[in-house]
Design a protein around this ligand. Structure first.
Ligand SMILES: [Zn+2]
Length: 252
């Protein structure tokens, strides 16, 4: 025991270092589990420094652990965010693929419907359902008869033979009421002597649309349809009979 104003007792235990300060000369008890040392002032300072260093180390370790935990958590968060983003992207890609497939199907349906409609609009039908061929194409009365005459009673409906545009609907000398239709293939048909016209110039017609009625107007002796076919569109008539036969729409 050294003669100092203040002495200290250092108790070293298994759990660590603790220090109890005592007054000089105080009676001390020696514990079975601890080693009790008597220290002078210098030694006390050293011990305190050691303690402070240990505390600092402990704090530092705790801080490092905390930082490591935070870092791990941040990394985990980033990984999870990436995984979420990947899942979202995969779902979106699947949805887009599905949408594209549906769109492709829809376009195919539209194209098929359009093709079907076009085939339907390009079919050929009879100008008149029933009639009697009364005059052929060719020489007649010293000049050329430019079409067929098909006898039918006044008021019998006349139809567009395919899809086309009405390029003339008017009363014309000798033809009487006349309707000209230019079809999708460029052929022009002339219908003459109508009792009534049901279309106007510029109208679009579809196969079988009614365009007028059989009559006896203009230079005509008896109710009939005068039908001419101009394949090139100009005033260049051909015999309608073979042309009609080729399309399966010959009358009489
Ligand atoms: Zn005629």
């Amino acid at each position: 025991m050294l003669p100092t104003a203040v002495a200290a007792t250092l108790v070293v235990t298994a759990a660590g270092i603790t220090m109890a300060q005592t007054a000089a000369g105080e009676q001390r008890t020696t514990r079975a589990a601890a080693t009790v040392l008597d220290l002078d002032a210098t030694q006390v300072v050293a011990v305190r420094e050691a303690q402070a260093a240990e505390v600092a180390t402990t704090v530092e370790i705790a801080e490092r652990r905390q930082a490591a935990v935070l870092q791990t958590s941040a990394v985990k968060g980033r990984v999870e965010a990436k995984q979420r983003a990947a899942r979202v992207a995969a779902r979106k890609a699947a949805e887009e693929k599905k949408r594209q497939a549906a769109e492709k199907k829809r376009k195919a349906r539209v194209a098929a419907a359009r093709a079907k409609a076009e085939r339907a609009s390009h079919r050929w039908v009879r100008a008149i359902r029933t009639g009697l061929l009364t005059s052929d194409f060719g020489p007649r009365w010293g000049k050329t008869h430019d079409g067929l005459d098909i006898g039918a009673s006044t008021g019998t409906p006349l139809y567009a033979m395919s899809k086309g545009t009405v390029i003339l609907s008017d009363e014309v000398f000798s033809f009487g009421n006349k309707v000209e239709i230019r079809y999708w293939d460029g052929t022009v048909s002339w219908y003459g002597h109508l009792s009534r016209r049901d279309v106007r110039t510029g109208d679009t017609v579809m196969p079988g649309d009614q365009v007028g009625l059989v009559g006896n107007t203009g230079h005509s002796f008896g109710s009939h349809l005068h039908l001419e076919i101009h394949p090139t569109g100009g005033d260049n008539p051909v015999d309608p009979a073979p042309w009609l036969r080729q399309r399966g729409i010959m009358v009489g």
